[in-house]
Design a binder for this molecule. Structure first.
Ligand code: ATP
Ligand code: MG
Length: 449
C-alpha cells in the first residue's frame, strides 16, 4: 500500500476530549473518529487492526469447536418478552418502533435470539453439545460512554452461546471457552488473567472475567503474581480431552485473583507480600454459565437418551474486539506512539522512502516493496513528499513493528536500514539481507508467543 494513495488522517495535536492514552493515540493515529457520543467510525488503519483481532478470535473459537453464524443487530421485542428481560433491561436498551408500530430493539446481547434459533432446529440430545458464536455490533446506551472505544455505546462483541444436556457437560463447554480465551489473549500479546466474577442467583463458580492489567483500567483487581508467568495452553490442545481441559482450568483458577466486587481481603492478605499484585484492570472478556435461565422460560428442550424432554443448560462467552484494540494500546505504547505486536499490526513493515522522486531510491523502494509483498508481508510505503523527520514521527505514531528506511546515500553504498519499533534498535544491511531478515522476523512474530 502506498501512503500517497491511502487514507491516513494523522493529527498533530492531542484532542482535548481524550483522557486516556489509548483514546488519544487512536484519534491521533487516524484509527477512529467519533460520530456521536460513544459511537465511532473505524478509519482504514483502525479497521485493519480490528480485522486482525477478529481473525485471531475466530481462529481460536473455531479451534475449540465453536461454530460461527451471524445474527442481526435489530431484534424483535417479542423474544425479549418471552425471557422477561424486555422490561427488566432498562435504559441501556435502545428501543425502536418500526412503521407498523412493532417494538424492536438494537441488540445489547443475543441470549434470547440464539435460544430462539436453537429451539427451532435442535431436537435431540444427539445435536449436543453445540456452541454457536457471532461477531456483531451491539448497542448499550451507557450513561457515561468514555475513553473512546473502551466504553462506547456501539461496540463490537464476539458472543458465543453453548448448549448442553447437563450441568456437567456444560462445565466442559465452559472449559473449552476458558482455554480458547487464554490462547486468544496470548496471541494478541496480552496477559489476561481470569478472575472469579459474580454469578448472581445462578450461583457456583462458573463465571470469569478476563482482565488485563493497565493503569487506566476501570476495575480495581487483586491477584497472585505467579499468574503473570503461567504458560498458555498450546495450539495442539485437545479440546475433547475433558480431564486435561479441567486440569488446565483448575491450574488457572488455583491462585488468588479477584476484581474488587469479588475481593476477599482475608484470602489476599494471606499471600506472602511479594506474591500480591494489586492493580487496575480492563475487562476484555467474560464467560458465564447460567444454566436454564433462558432455556426454561423460552422452552428450549431436546429429547434426552431416555426419550424424555430435557431443558438445555447454557452459557455465554463474550469478548469485545473494539475494546481489545484500545486495551492493546494501553498495554503497548511509548512516548512516540503505538507499539503494535506483529500479530495485530495494521501493516507489518513501513517502507520509508527518504527521497521520493530520486530515481535510484525509488527503484530500490519499488523492488523492496514487491519482494516483501511476494513474501506475504504487509507493507505500507511512505512515498509522500515530506521531511524525513515528519515521516519517522508518523511511522512511530502508527506503531508499525518494523521500519525499512531507504535513502539516496544508503542506496549508493548498497545499504538500507531496519528500525525495530519496540526497542528502537537499528541495523544497516544489504537490501537482500533486509528482505530475508524481515520475512523471518515478521513470520515468527505473527505466531503465538
Ligand atoms: P462492563 O462491566 O465493562 O460494563 P459488561 O460486564 O457489561 O462490561 P459483558 O456483557 O460481559 O460486559 O460483555 C462482554 C464483553 O464485551 C466485555 O468483556 C467487553 O470486552 C465488551 N464490552 C462490554 N461493554 C462494552 C462497552 N460499553 N464498550 C466496549 N466494549 C464493551
Ligand atoms: Mg462482564
Amino acid at each position: 500500500m502506498r501512503l500517497s494513495r491511502y487514507f491516513l488522517p494523522v493529527l498533530k495535536e492531542t484532542p482535548k476530549e481524550a483522557e486516556i492514552i489509548s483514546h488519544q493515540l487512536m484519534l491521533r493515529a487516524g484509527l477512529i473518529r467519533q460520530e456521536s457520543a460513544g459511537i465511532y467510525a473505524w478509519l482504514p488503519l483502525g479497521l485493519r487492526v480490528l480485522n486482525k483481532v477478529n481473525t485471531i478470535i475466530r481462529e481460536e473459537q473455531n479451534r475449540s469447536g465453536a461454530v460461527e453464524l451471524l445474527m442481526p443487530t435489530i431484534q424483535s421485542a417479542d423474544l425479549w418478552r418471552e425471557s422477561g428481560r424486555y422490561d427488566a433491561y432498562g435504559k441501556e436498551m435502545l428501543r425502536i418502533r418500526d412503521r407498523h408500530e412493532r417494538d424492536m430493539l438494537f441488540g445489547p446481547t443475543n441470549e434470547e435470539m440464539i435460544t430462539g434459533i436453537f429451539r427451532t432446529y435442535a431436537k435431540s440430545y444427539r445435536d449436543l453439545p453445540l456452541n454457536l458464536y457471532h461477531i456483531q455490533w451491539k448497542f448499550r446506551d451507557e450513561v457515561r460512554p468514555r475513553f473512546g472505544v473502551m466504553r462506547s455505546r456501539e461496540f463490537l462483541m464476539k458472543d458465543a452461546y453453548s448448549f448442553d444436556l447437563s450441568k456437567e457437560a456444560a462445565r466442559h463447554s465452559y472449559n473449552k471457552m476458558f482455554v480458547a480465551y487464554l490462547r486468544t489473549f496470548a496471541r494478541f500479546g496480552l496477559k489476561a488473567i481470569p478472575m472469579r466474577a459474580d454469578t448472581g442467583p445462578i450461583g457456583g463458580d462458573l463465571s470469569h472475567e478476563f482482565i488485563i492489567l493497565a493503569e487506566t483500567g476501570e476495575s480495581e483487581v487483586f491477584c497472585h503474581k505467579d499468574y503473570l508467568a503461567f504458560p498458555v495452553p498450546s495450539s495442539d490442545t485437545d479440546f475433547d480431552d475433558v480431564a486435561n481441559l479441567q486440569a488446565t482450568v483448575d491450574r488457572w483458577t488455583s491462585l488468588y485473583a479477584a476484581t474488587s466486587e469479588m475481593h476477599d481481603p482475608g484470602a489476599y492478605d494471606a499471600l506472602t507480600a511479594d506474591a500480591r499484585v494489586s492493580a487496575r484492570g480492563i475487562e476484555v472478556g467474560h464467560i458465564f454459565y447460567f444454566g436454564t435461565k433462558y432455556s426454561e422460560p423460552m422452552k428450549a428442550t431436546v429429547q434426552g437418551p431416555d426419550g424424555k424432554p430435557v431443558t438445555v443448560h447454557m452459557g455465554s462467552y463474550g469478548i469485545g474486539p473494539t475494546r481489545v484494540v484500545a486495551a492493546l494500546i494501553e498495554a503497548s505504547h511509548d512516548k512516540d506512539g503505538i507499539v503494535w505486536p506483529v500479530s495485530v499490526a495494521p501493516f507489518e513493515v513501513a517502507l520509508v522512502n527518504l527521497k521520493p522522486g530520486d530515481a535510484d531510491t525509488d527503484r530500490v523502494v519499488d523492488d523492496l516493496e514487491q519482494r516483501l509483498e511476494a513474501a506475504g508481508i504487509e507493507v505500507l510505503v511512505d512515498d509522500r513528499d515530506d521531511r524525513p523527520g515528519a515521516k519517522f514521527a508518523s511511522m512511530d505514531l502508527i506503531g508499525v513493528p518494523y521500519q525499512l528506511i531507504v535513502g539516496p546515500k544508503g542506496v549508493k553504498a548498497g545499504e538500507v536500514e531496519i528500525k525495530s519499533r519496540r526497542d528502537g534498535v537499528r541495523r544497516t544491511l544489504a537490501p537482500d539481507d533486509a528482505v530475508a531478515a524481515l520475512a523471518a522476523e515478521v513470520i515468527a512474530g505473527r505466531k503465538l508467543a
